[in-house]
Design a protein around this ligand. Structure first.
Ligand SMILES: Nc1nc2c(c(=O)[nH]1)N[C@H]1C(S)=C(S)[C@@H](COP(=O)(O)O)O[C@H]1N2
Ligand SMILES: [Mo]
Length: 499
């Protein structure tokens, strides 16, 4: 029997684990069938609320890299575990093939169990088996190969495999992105009129956008510009053919609608602005789009709510859930279109709900179930300490300051107050001493839409610029500063601007 140093075994097992993760990626892509996806779900779900809130406020967008890295590490570790057991058995018995086979079976079972995709799990098991076999052959023992060349060759081939797997997947999945098709194609109205209405509204928004020199989005955010907040790193892939929505719980009559039934219902287009409760005071998780869908009210009436608390729990394919009053839900739109195209995957393909005036979290994506309740329950974010289902706070953002026409400074941004609407935006260039009205974009049709503002002044040294909005009810945006957690940021945005 040959003596194998244990360091050598750990190194081989790690390589095997890495190639297994790459193999799973090659088989499943960056989807919910990828081994890392369910692990990441679990990591996210079990992270304590205060840590989540702290990460959102202090790490921001990059926060998800932390849990993704951890999840990749766990996936690699699990498959490396399978390899190390296999190596141990292979090196300790007469017939190494038993150990090698064991590593494959273990890797396959783990992956199949975690992803519930037995066929795709072969993608992870294959490379683990191969690299365990390499590590188990006596040639890998240092006595036979003191030059360590074999270890080097193994590392290089493992990395090459990882690279090839990623490259292969990238090349072959270029064109199966979900969503973003012309609306006519998915609703088979076939008369060419569906997208025209949206196109007209988009032109209206374009025409009403202010001529702002700085880098401020227009009145309609593109798919790419529109912010994203997801509890899971991996978006559900739901085809309209498989999708249906059920209204259950405390109802006289349960209701189930398919995608075709839904898109046959009366169609409405609405400008609706979304804002996340977790964003910073001058953050950029505030966007607007033209949405196409059908009002939810007739479906709710058909279900005949009977619950004691007049509240509903909305559930989604990614495990997200949120609860709020039926009264707010009744004004909602079940949307399947965004900016004249079918909903993109990241914004809830094929159907999401849009609730006027409430924080972003009520706008459930990949919606599958509405359960009417007898008593109030916490939603996903409420369980983590947020109060994010109520009406949005009023805010005026200061998103750009630029020198214009060589001497004037232009400050600009968007203002939003949910269904209260924006009546005025005021700007101070002396730290709040005196105030002037900013120029405002003409309002777009709709009850829940932002407006753009801009203001120009001739600078004289350095200026403390402050901006504040007055909502449609005449209420001034509160000056007192609070953090986003737990009820959304408040205060006036200020910025020092040099002429
Ligand atoms: N199914 C599901 N719906 C969801 C979420 C989610 O993670 N899963 N995030 C919510 C939050 S917190 C916000 S702010 C909005 C963001 O929508 P967007 O990603 O389309 O901008 O979606 C809401 N709906
Ligand atoms: Mo959010």
């Amino acid at each position: 029997m040959v003596d194998y140093p244990s360091r050598n075994a750990v190194a081989f097992a790690t390589l095997a684990g890495m190639t297994g993760v790459a193999g799973s990626y090659m088989a499943a892509g960056y989807s919910r069938e990828f081994l890392v996806a369910p692990i990441d779900d679990l990591v996210v779900r079990t992270t304590p609320g205060p840590i989540v809130a702290w990460t959102i406020e202090n790490v921001g967008e990059q926060g998800h890299l932390l849990h993704i890295a951890l999840s990749f590490g766990i996936a690699t570790g699990l498959l490396a575990g399978a390899a190390i057991i296999g190596l141990h058995v292979a090196r300790g018995c007469e017939r190494p093939v038993i150990g090698v086979g064991l590593s494959g079976v273990l890797a396959w079972s783990l992956t199949a169990m975690i992803t519930a995709e037995p066929l795709l799990a072969v993608g992870a098991a294959g490379p683990v088996t191969v690299f365990t076999a390499v590590g188990a052959t006596p040639l890998a023992a240092p006595e036979r190969d003191p030059s360590r060349r074999r270890a080097l060759v193994s590392s290089v081939s493992a990395l090459a495999f990882v690279g090839t797997a990623i490259g292969f997947r990238r090349l072959t999945t270029d064109d199966d992105t979900v969503g973003g098709e012309p609306l006519d194609e998915i609703t088979d109205s076939g008369n060419g009129t569906t997208d025209d209405v949206e196109a007209t509204l988009m032109r209206e928004a374009e025409a009403k956008s202010l001529d702002i020199r700085g880098d401020v989005p227009g009145l309609v955010s593109t798919f790419e510009e529109f912010y994203n907040v997801d509890i899971a790193e991996f978006d559900p892939t739901l085809s309209p053919d498989d999708w249906s929505l059920t209204i259950t719980g405390e109802v006289g009559d349960g209701v189930t609608v398919t995608f075709d039934e839904l898109t046959d219902m009366p169609t409405e287009r609405r400008f609706v602005t979304l804002r996340c409760v977790g964003e910073g005071l001058n953050g950029q998780k505030l966007d607007n789009a033209v949405w196409t869908g059908t009002p939810i009210k007739p479906l709710l009436e058909e279900a005949d709510p009977e619950g004691e608390c007049a509240c509903a729990m909305l559930r989604a394919e990614d495990g997200y859930f949120v609860q709020f009053p039926i009264e707010a839900l009744e004004d909602g739109l079940l949307a399947w279109g965004m900016n004249g195209r079918s909903l993109p995957q990241s914004h809830g393909h094929p159907v999401r709900v849009l609730i006027p005036g409430h924080w972003g979290e009520t706008n459930v994506k990949w919606l599958t179930e509405i359960e009417l309740l007898d008593e109030e329950m916490d939603g996903y974010w409420e369980q983590r300490g947020w109060h994010g289902t109520g009406p949005v706070n009023t805010v005026a953002k200061l998103w750009s300051d630029t020198v214009r026409d060589s001497e004037n400074v232009e400050v600009a941004g968007h203002a939003y107050a949910g269904t209260r609407g924006i009546e005025r935006v005021e700007v101070s260039v002396d730290g709040g001493g005196t105030w002037r009205d900013a120029e405002l974009s003409e309002p777009l049709p709709g009850i829940d839409v932002w407006r753009q503002w801009r203001y120009e002044f001739e600078p004289d040294g350095s200026h403390e610029v402050v901006v504040r909005a007055i909502d449609g009810e005449g209420t001034l945006q509160p000056e007192e500063r609070t953090d986003a957690f737990p009820s959304g940021a408040t205060g006036w945005v200020t910025k020092t601007v040099h002429g």
